[in-house]
Design a protein around this ligand. Structure first.
Ligand code: FES
Ligand SMILES: [Fe+2]
Length: 363
């Protein structure tokens, strides 16, 4: 017979739900080119989904990314150093080329190369001032890394900020693209609650991206809005998520004013994410007047986001899983999760016409 203690049930069971998704057949930013340069011959210890990767540049400038575990006795290769065209382990001096093949073993007279004397290698590319690594080792990449198109456009000025936060790619991407929290969490910095404007939202989802277009949105009242449109007006506003982990926020007023914030999210682990945020702008005001305002403002907004994401992640962990409820004003969150889940399964089949959904919000 059951005793009284066995009848006790916790009223809230852990859901075990998690929005963490591992999209491994794609590219992620591991560092900036400048960070790698600053290390000299020392490799950079990176992580993707918790997988340690040693990133380095040979003397000739070739980029290498190897699993951060020496084939010999498993010392991290990132503790070693670049020696000409090779990355040399700091323990017994085994030295690997950018393909992960061991080319030198000090004191060994016999043949150096052997089938087991290899380290998995990751495809690596450098473009737009950042280093990208493909998250599956020893394969030909299925696609190319994302292009920061406004960084490449000479009409734009760009600045970069790097932040690290607790949260899955989904949580961080949703936060970066979410409108309703801006009037609340960032009240006064960007939007205010109860602005009294009805705005139409069009959410579209393709096989590899989703976007929310806000139609008829008056210039946001905060500092960013004033930089963008000193004389007021109705702005064009797009929020976009691009697989595997890019967010784009675009505000435009006519042809002269355009501010775009692009964040490339890096899954350091399933629940810790780095943002490489690039703000590009083209404004009637000169850059020397804009930059001192935009930089500190972006950091202030981000601090509030980082704090709430940290609280969210800690509480999800405390309750043993996520239990989310959404409404249509959570415009992109569910679409982002769907894209991630499909991509995780390897499903990115083109769908022709985008799925489209329209509704109104009050901002
Ligand atoms: S552990 Fe790397 S050379 Fe021995
Ligand atoms: Fe925010």
């Amino acid at each position: 017979m059951d005793g009284p203690a066995s009848k006790l049930r916790l009223p809230i069971a852990a859901t075990g739900n998690s929005s963490a998704a591992r999209v491994l057949d794609d590219w992620y930013v591991v560092c900036t080119s400048a960070q790698l340069d600053a290390l000299g011959t020392k490799p950079l210890a990176a992580k993707l989904y918790g997988m340690p990767i040693a990133v380095f540049r040979t003397a000739a400038g070739e980029l290498g990314a190897l699993l951060d575990r020496c084939a010999h006795r498993n010392v991290p290769l990132s503790d070693g150093a670049v020696d000409g065209a090779l990355l040399r382990c700091g323990y017994h001096g085994w030295a690997f080329d950018t393909a992960g093949v061991c080319r030198e073993i000090p004191t060994l007279c016999a043949e150096v190369e052997g089938k087991a004397r290899v380290v998995p290698r990751f495809a690596a590319r450098e473009q737009d001032g950042v280093v990208w690594v493909y998250a599956t080792p020893d394969v030909e990449p299925a696609r190319e890394p994302y292009v920061f198109r406004w960084v490449r456009d000479p009409r734009y000025q760009s600045g970069r900020e790097i932040f690290e936060v607790e949260g899955t790619i989904h949580a961080v991407a949703e936060n970066a693209l979410d409108v309703p929290h801006t009037a609340f969490l960032h009240s006064g910095l960007f939007r205010k609650a109860g602005g009294g404007n009805r705005v139409e939202v069009v959410v579209r989802r393709w096989h590899d991206r989703a976007e929310a277009e806000y139609i008829g949105e008056p210039r946001p009242p905060g500092v960013v809005g004033r930089l963008l449109a000193p004389g007021g007006g109705v702005v064009e506003h797009f929020d976009r998520f691009v697989l595997p982990s890019i967010t784009e926020v675009e505000y435009r007023l006519g042809d002269a004013s355009h501010i775009c914030t692009v964040s490339a999210l890096t899954p350091i682990t399933d629940t810790r994410t780095r943002l490489t945020a690039v703000i590009s702008f083209r404004l009637p005001l000169p850059a020397f007047m804009v930059t001192p305002v935009l930089g500190p403002l972006a950091r202030a907004i981000f601090k509030q986001d980082a704090r709430v994401l940290e609280r969210q992640a800690a509480n999800v962990a405390r309750f043993g899983g996520e239990s989310f409820v959404s409404t249509e004003v959570d415009a992109l969150g569910p679409s982002i999760l769907r894209l991630l889940r499909n991509a995780e399964r390897g499903d990115r089949a083109e769908i022709g016409q985008p799925h489209e959904h329209r509704f109104f919000i009050d901002v």
